[in-house]
Design a protein around this ligand. Structure first.
Ligand code: B12
Ligand code: SF4
Length: 618
């Protein structure tokens, strides 16, 4: 193809990534690399409806623009659809390079559909690829995570997708690395492939330059630090805090671990965050059950640390978003309700919640496979699997497994490879029962790897839920997940959550949810308080009295009254026609839940519109 091009033409690179409401941050930086190399660059963000991805615009763009190379950024979950598209692109005579998380962890699958696969860090390897220095195949740069980030070229995406440019929140990245070992995450694998953990902070100078470059051209009210753990190194935080406010003056939201709030150093870090302009923090709690945190998720976090850390954040006036996962292995309705209850006691600004997607190659993927809860084939991790649990769950939650695990006497903070659940295997009998075997491991002093220690032993039995009960729990966890955010704001949320999760299929209607909620609240706070809330809701909707509330709002008003300015949220739901006849209760809840998150994002979590406009914003 290159042979037919006019000689003077600059070389062209086309990126392909998934369209998402949050900008594809990695591509901004990679586009910066191409700019620095003197290449022209375009980005196509692929839209989708459920699991149908629209690659038509990509093929059209390739025909029109004739790039020299097409680079796919692939995340596990849409990899199969991407592979088909890679084959089509190569069929058009354009070489393909694949990078991103799926290439990092599943490079062998990727190479079947690409000329080059870039595993992990991509700036240097992308340079080598386009300059023809890399033979075709899989490439990995062991020292890549230490490489210098280029100044991003955001205009490539912002010019084509102006809605992303218009957002007052812009993502940035200040550090690479995380030392923790959560079972559902690929960070431990990333560390292993680099020979251990290392934390690499970008220099404060570069971040200031990057933020000022955004401010010059686009709206910038909040920077969202997408780092796994922002501000891990205190010395760096001290320098950052000193300069960010003075030289950039834009508030920010950051993701951290609760451990970073601990002890005096935690107080100091949070104070520095506050001085620098931090208005909010996102952190994961994941489960209200200590057993789940210790043994299933490998997040060894006592409840007092969770409560104290959240309090330290909120008492400084920062907003707080907590994150949790429901329907994890060995959970049942009561475990999920304990997660709700913990959030209820914390009362964060937003309690974000997802259902477990058991990624293969992670420790939780191994646990699921070993216990027969999931085949852990990443090919079935499609969009649908984020919407409803795909696991076969055991009966009785942690009842059978907890004694088996505790009897082994292994410390919860022992290395992941020694943890009981990754070394257990359930062998199913004819019926619903399975024998559980455990293979002890030890560290080989010579090789440093973990090897078998003695014979495999039978340690007990577990029972699986039958199909009907499994479906029932999947439905219950789905209900809680959709309602989690607002339930967490209700008095005695655990009780209300239980009642709602246990409604029969026929009772599961918008109006009935409203009746149950009102009955619960009347018992908890009394009729007068509910009247007051109804009047406030009517007032926020510019109505004279609660009698004038539109019918769907009247049927279930307290879904809105426990949100600040809930009238605005109710109005948004009406304007979006979420109660229309074509929507069943599942659609309605989905959409109300999405709108509720958006409402909280704007009004409370990121506090958009509360600061002066940035000087350079047109
Ligand atoms: C920010 C982030 C998000 C943000 C924003 C995502 C976005 N639009 O960019 C949000 C919150 C939306 C998000 C959502 C999800 N995320 Co996320 N997220 C991240 C995070 C923390 C940082 C990614 C990042 O921007 N890094 C900085 C940039 C510079 O690096 P990068 O994108 O990795 O790109 C580098 C290389 O990969 C490579 N590269 C990347 N693309 C390409 C392309 C080419 C052609 C080449 C040559 C190289 C290359 O070069 C870059 C520079 O070194 C990572 C964890 C991590 N620390 O990396 C998880 C991570 C990427 N997310 C993950 C997951 C699972 C999800 C969700 C599925 C979670 C869920 N269950 O809903 C969703 C899916 C969203 C989607 N896009 O479909 C997993 C992905 C696992 C996998 N195997 O795919 C990760 C790795 C977390 C983890 N450790 O397990 N996420
Ligand atoms: S703290 Fe976050 S990035 Fe680190 S291992 Fe856990 S989930 Fe992954």
């Amino acid at each position: 193809m290159t042979g037919t091009l006019p000689l003077a033409r600059r070389k062209r690179f086309m990126f392909v990534a998934r369209y998402f409401s949050i900008e594809p941050l990695g591509i901004h930086y990679l586009a910066g690399t191409l700019r620095d190399m003197g290449w022209d660059c375009q980005v196509i963000l692929v839209n989708h409806k459920g699991d149908d991805y629209e690659f038509g615009p990509l093929y059209e763009a390739i025909q029109n623009w004739q790039p020299n190379i097409v680079g796919f950024q692939i995340w596990t979950g849409w990899h199969l659809q991407c592979f088909e598209a890679c084959d089509v692109v190569r069929g058009m005579g354009v070489p393909v390079v694949i990078g991103g998380p799926h290439a990092t962890y599943f490079y062998d699958d990727c190479i079947k559909h690409a000329d080059w696969v870039v595993k992990a860090s991509g700036f240097g390897l992308l340079r080598d690829t386009i300059e023809g220095r890399l033979p075709k195949g899989i490439h990995f740069d062991q020292g890549g995570r230490e490489e210098v980030f280029p100044l991003p070229d955001r205009s490539i995406i912002y010019d084509r997708y102006p809605e992303l440019a218009r957002s007052p929140i812009k993502s940035m990245f200040a550090s690479v690395g995380c030392p923790f070992t959560c079972t559902y995450c690929y960070a431990p694998t990333f560390n292993k492939m680099h020979g251990g953990f290392a934390f690499n902070n970008r220099p404060v100078d570069e971040l200031i330059k990057e933020a000022l470059a955004i401010k010059e051209k686009w709206p910038l009210e909040v920077v969202y630090w997408q780092d796994d753990i922002f501000g891990y190194k205190l010395d760096w935080v001290k320098e950052f805090a000193k300069r960010w406010k003075r030289e950039v003056g834009v508030k920010f939201h950051a993701q951290i671990r609760l451990e970073l709030t601990r002890h005096e150093v935690g107080n100091e870090r949070l104070d520095l965050f506050g001085e620098a302009g931090c208005t909010g923090i996102t952190l994961a709690i994941e489960s209200g059950s200590q057993f789940m945190r210790d043994r299933v998720l490998f997040r060894h976090m006592p409840e007092d640390l969770i409560l104290e850390g959240c309090d330290r954040i909120m008492s400084r006036g920062m907003s707080l978003r907590t994150e949790q996962i429901l329907a994890i292995p060995f959970s049942d309705l009561e475990t999920d309700l304990s997660t709700l209850d913990l959030n209820n006691r914390i009362n964060p600004t937003m309690a974000w919640c997802s259902l477990l997607a058991p990624y293969g190659g992670t420790d939780i993927g191994t646990i699921c496979r070993n216990f027969g809860f999931h085949t852990s084939n990443n090919d079935d991790l499609v969009e649908r699997s984020y919407e409803m649990s795909t696991l076969q769950h055991p009966a009785g939650g942690i009842r059978d497994i907890e004694p088996m695990v505790e009897k082994l006497g292994i410390n919860p903070s022992a290395p992941p490879a020694l943890q009981p659940l990754v070394n257990m295997q359930a062998v199913r009998n004819d019926g619903a029962m399975a024998d559980v075997f455990y293979q002890a491991k030890k560290k080989d002093k010579v090789t440093g790897t973990f090897v078998n220690d003695g014979e495999r032993q039978r340690v007990g039995t577990i029972e699986y839920l039958d199909e009907a009960d499994n479906d029932r729990y999947r439905e219950q966890s789905w209900r809680l997940q959709r309602m989690f955010n607002w339930l967490a704001k209700m008095p005695k949320a655990r009780e209300l959550g239980r009642t709602l999760a246990n409604l029969t299929h026929n009772e599961w209607q918008w109006e009935r949810i409203g009746q149950v909620t009102t009955e619960h609240l009347r018992k908890q706070v009394g009729g007068a308080e509910l009247d007051r809330r109804l009047h406030a809701l009517a007032h926020e909707m510019h109505l004279e009295s609660p009698e004038q509330l539109p019918e769907p709002i009247k049927q279930n008003p307290h879904t809105f009254t426990y949100f600040g300015d809930g009238g605005r949220l109710a109005q948004m739901a009406l304007d979006k026609d979420v109660f229309g006849p074509e929507n069943d209760v599942a659609d309605t809840l989905d959409q109300v839940s999405t709108l509720g998150r958006r409402h909280l994002f704007e009004k409370q979590l990121y506090k958009i519109g509360t600061s002066k406009p940035p000087i350079a914003t047109q």
